[in-house]
Design a binder for this molecule. Structure first.
Ligand SMILES: [Mg+2]
Length: 385
């Protein structure tokens, strides 16, 4: 079996990285200088992948082909039903045990004091999913707006803590919803990462783009997008969304009786593209390049970019509602740093530590964090007088 060796070399220089104690807002710090080079080389036995991207082993390609040839269609549809709140009761082992689930994943609001205690002496960094976390899941994904109150809360949050939005959506689209230039954005499941906009007139727009690990896939993604639009137009309510580095086929407005049919249509297109893989989310099938990159990797990348690589005094908090957010929850669990919060009204298998029921509760939690931070800054200032 081939040994795959991946070297990710990130050289990061930040003027104030050594001074990042609690209370400093790196995201709003225009003086931060990022100078980063990324090299990915693959295997001693095989030549490096073209363009420096992670290449895929033949075995993996065959596995992916197998997945794309249909054996998993019913599993996707079943899984989508299970993750849809209106059908969660079809999984009795979970729904019968709501009390036990709450015990293992208590409300982050109820546990607020304990969470603050655990973060003591550490720099909190916030990572937020968008759909279902900052905005409610709505039938038309183009109308998944966040409320003004939520935007105001996230703006205040970013003044207190480094804050990033990590979404499956195209980065430009999620930015149009959030409209806050001071945040980091990781779109397309983290495959398109950009830092806060710099205000300097001499700075070109694209200078804050940090990482796009899948840019060689762009022509293929566009081609598949057109084919999916054509193939799925016979299914009423089906919507294909181009998220630049990945595609989403939305099932939200499709009659559930037609879900298998739509999944088959997606499979029929994807079987010609073994370098793309399918994942399933809440009423959505997502198509992305087969590279080792997900929201968890994006979270690690952002932590490094913020100067927290190998730091023990960082406390990352990741809030999300989807299966794709589990990669990030798992990273935090494995690192033993910070924690994940799952947004869900129903018990679900998760690596998150805490739960919140819906975006309104997310807003309450973020507000409390802001209030706590403001009070602690005031208290510190008074003690110095
Ligand atoms: Mg979501």
């Amino acid at each position: 079996m081939l040994m795959w060796v991946v070297f990710l070399v990130v050289n990061f220089f930040e003027e104030r990285s050594k001074n990042m104690g609690a209370g400093q807002n790196v995201f709003n710090d225009g003086k931060a200088v990022l100078n980063m080079s990324i090299t990915v080389t693959v295997s001693a036995q095989k030549p490096p992948a073209p363009h420096g991207y992670i290449s895929i082993s033949r075995k993996k390609l065959l596995q992916n082909l197998e997945i794309n040839t249909g054996a998993r269609v019913n599993a996707w549809v079943d899984s989508m039903r299970a993750s849809s709140p209106t059908h969660i009761k079809s999984t009795p082992s979970l729904s019968d045990d709501q009390g036990s689930w709450n015990l293992h994943h208590p409300s982050a609001l109820e546990m607020f004091e304990q969470i603050i205690e655990a973060s003591k002496g550490k720099q909190i960094a916030m990572f937020l999913d968008y759909d279902g976390t900052l905005s409610p899941i709505v039938e038309d994904p183009d109308r998944a707006f966040m409320s003004k109150k939520m935007r105001k809360t996230v703006r205040k949050l970013a003044k207190c803590f480094p804050t990033a939005i990590v979404s499956g959506r195209c980065r430009d689209k999620v930015y149009k919803f959030v409209k806050l230039a001071e945040l980091y954005y990781a779109g397309s499941h983290g495959m398109d990462i950009k830092g806060p906009e710099k205000r300097s007139k001499s700075t070109k727009d694209n200078e804050s783009v940090l990482f796009q690990p899948a840019s060689e896939f762009l022509p293929m993604i566009d081609e598949v997008y057109k084919q999916l639009v054509e193939t799925t137009k016979s299914t009423p309510g089906a919507k294909v969304e181009n998220n630049k580095f990945c595609l989403s086929v939305h099932f939200r407005c499709v009659d559930e009786k037609k879900w298998s049919e739509l999944a088959q249509q997606v499979r029929s297109v994807l079987k010609e593209y073994p370098k793309l893989r399918l994942t399933q989310g809440r009423k959505v099938l997502e198509i992305r390049p087969t590279i080792k990159w997900d929201k968890g990797k994006a979270l690690e990348f952002l932590l490094e970019s913020l100067g927290f690589a190998n730091c023990t005094d960082v406390f990352p908090v990741y809030i999300g509602d989807d299966r794709t957010d589990e990669d990030a929850f798992k990273i935090l669990r494995d690192r033993g740093q910070g924690f994940g919060i799952l947004v869900s009204k129903f018990p679900k298998e998760t690596s998150a530590s805490y739960s919140l029921q819906e975006p309104d509760e997310v807003m309450d939690f973020l507000r409390r964090l802001v209030e706590w931070k403001q009070l602690s800054v005031q208290a510190r200032a008074q003690s110095r007088m």
